[in-house]
Ligand binder design. Structure first.
Ligand code: SAM
Ligand code: DTB
Ligand code: SF4
Length: 334
């Protein structure tokens, strides 16, 4: 175990640095370690980089729901998926700020606003800037996810003080076109580069449970770890099967495979926040506890994600009490 390769970010002296970058082969070796060795190693990396009992708490709001022109096979909001979801227009800025205040009162420190768009129109930018500025003025971190973004739009949001932009690669490059055909994997990487170049922190991860192989999951994490700068935030979603969507009948992910993937994310991206994202309502407390041990240190709080259910405050505060977890303090805003 001591001679295993590690990622370029991990400055541990316990393990040899066999390669300057993370290769698929090295990641596979780590992923396939005996479970106890994998978890021990991931937890050790976690402890060296973070308080292991602190969890970052984000809250989501859908600021523009449904009617999306993209054909993502997993999504309730795609116009290509007959899911019965009612489409709505972009929410008023004041309503967004009222919802953000409520989330802050319940303990969220980051507010994540999501729009069901292929990309924002330039005419939407003033309202989006006002949302970012307004949420920041409350003293919360801001995150937004609007689809593809140009360099100019990225610069505008950076100037408004946006902390994070969420844009997931979702799966491996190889499997991508099985899930989405209206944009390419490279389109996703281009937006991530625009966001990064504008000085905004990157939030990018994916979904497990879409019929992909374990190699696809490993490859997705290797792509993220090998970006010029790895994402500061890595959401790992478990597919929420949406009736009417192309993946409505997808088979559930094996919980051990899910936990192994979280552990690999932690090892490959030691200083990133790894978020246990969608799908917690169908995870047991024990599974979530193992994900936290394996290095997950961020969650979405509140009763809803964008269009689906989330465990909610009562369940999460009981879980935090049982596990002795606490909310991660907010770093001073820029
Ligand atoms: N339209 C924007 C985009 O796709 O970039 C932002 C919103 S989109 C809903 C954000 C992410 O949520 C997706 O990239 C996907 O990873 C995740 N997601 C969407 N539907 C999901 C589902 N049913 N289960 C798990 N994750 C899901
Ligand atoms: C991410 O990776 N997961 C969040 C956030 N980024 C935008 C979205 C989860 C959506 C789950 C399905 C829904 O509520 O519609
Ligand atoms: Fe649209 Fe985003 Fe849903 Fe894809 S994931 S259909 S881009 S809202």
């Amino acid at each position: 175990m001591d001679q295993l390769p590690i990622s370029k970010q991990d400055d541990s002296t316990h393990f040899s640095t066999a390669t300057p970058t993370t290769t698929i082969e090295n990641a596979q070796i780590i992923y396939n370690l005996p479970f106890n060795d994998l978890l021990f190693r991931a937890h050790e990396v976690h402890r060296r980089n973070f308080d292991p009992n602190a969890i970052q708490m984000s809250q989501l709001l859908s600021i523009k729901t449904g009617g999306c022109p993209e054909d993502c096979g997993y999504c309730s909001q795609s116009a290509h998926n007959p899911t019965g979801l009612k489409a709505s227009k972009l929410m008023e800025v004041e309503r967004v700020l009222t919802e953000a205040r409520k989330a802050q009162e319940k303990g969220a420190t980051r507010y994540c606003m999501g729009a069901a768009w292929r990309n924002p129109k330039d005419r939407d930018m003033d309202a989006l800037v006002a949302m970012v500025e307004g949420v920041r003025a409350l003293g919360m971190e801001t995150c937004i996810t609007l689809g593809m973004l140009t360099a100019e739009q990225s610069a505008k949001l950076a100037e408004a003080g946006l902390d994070y932009y969420n844009h997931n690669v979702d799966t491996s490059e190889r499997y991508y076109s099985q899930i989405i055909t209206t944009r390419t994997f490279q389109d996703r990487l281009d937006t991530l580069a625009n966001v990064r170049n504008a000085g905004i922190k990157v939030c990018s991860g994916g979904i497990l449970g879409m019929g992909e192989t374990i190699e696809d999951r490993i490859s997705m994490l290797v792509t993220l770890a090998n970006l010029p700068t790895p994402p500061e935030s890595v959401p790992i979603n478990m597919l929420i099967p949406i009736p009417g969507s192309k993946l409505g009948d997808a088979a559930p992910v094996d919980p051990i495979d899910f936990i192994r993937t979280v552990a690999l994310a932690r090892i490959l991206m030691p200083s990133s926040h790894v978020r246990l994202s969608a799908g917690r309502t169908s995870m047991s407390d024990e599974m979530q506890a193992l994900c936290f041990f394996a290095g997950a240190n961020s969650i979405f709080v509140g009763e809803t994600l964008l269009t689906t259910e989330n465990p909610g405050e009562d369940h999460d505060s009981a879980l935090f009490r049982k596990l002795g977890l606490k909310s991660m303090p907010l770093e001073p805003l820029r």
